[in-house]
Design a protein around this ligand. Sequence first.
Ligand SMILES: [Zn+2]
Length: 187
Amino acid sequence: MIIQVGHLNGEVRTYNLADQSTASELMNVLNSELACEVQLVQSGELVNASSILAGDRIYYVTVDAEGGKKKKKKKKNFAKPKKKKHRHRKVKLATLKLYNVDNKGVVQRSHKQCPQCPQGVYMAKHFDRHYCGTCHQTFRMDEATIKANLEAIKKQQAAKAAAAAAAAPAGGAADKGAAGGKKGKKK
Ligand SMILES: [Zn+2]
């Protein structure tokens, strides 16, 4: 039985196979001839490997081409939880915190002034350093002050945690309202 096969380059070749040959037998011949896995198409449909070939038709060679497939991304496993992004919090009239006026009307400056910048530039107070936001000058505080500040911060945090713990079991509408109000302010 002569089988006509249309190749990828448009050429039609004939193959002499035994009568009642199946498509898989023709595919085996083509596989070894072309050195790749082929499939057969006939009248627009893939030919089942077990179907018996018909001599009056042309079978077309097609190759399963890899392409267009996106490589699956490996899922990343993060060991540490995501870092919280620092959000700037607006403090109303923040400059008021830079000065203290006592009852005699004497002004005291509570923040260090930057020696490199013009008058009126105050340095941020961190627990271990003074920092100028204008020229980035940084002064480290002495160890005793740092220690004292750290302890103060710890005390503040402990007080906050205690307050939160005290508020949590109370629950109720009042608590919910407070939480809602906070959320509203953030936006
Ligand atoms: Zn400065």
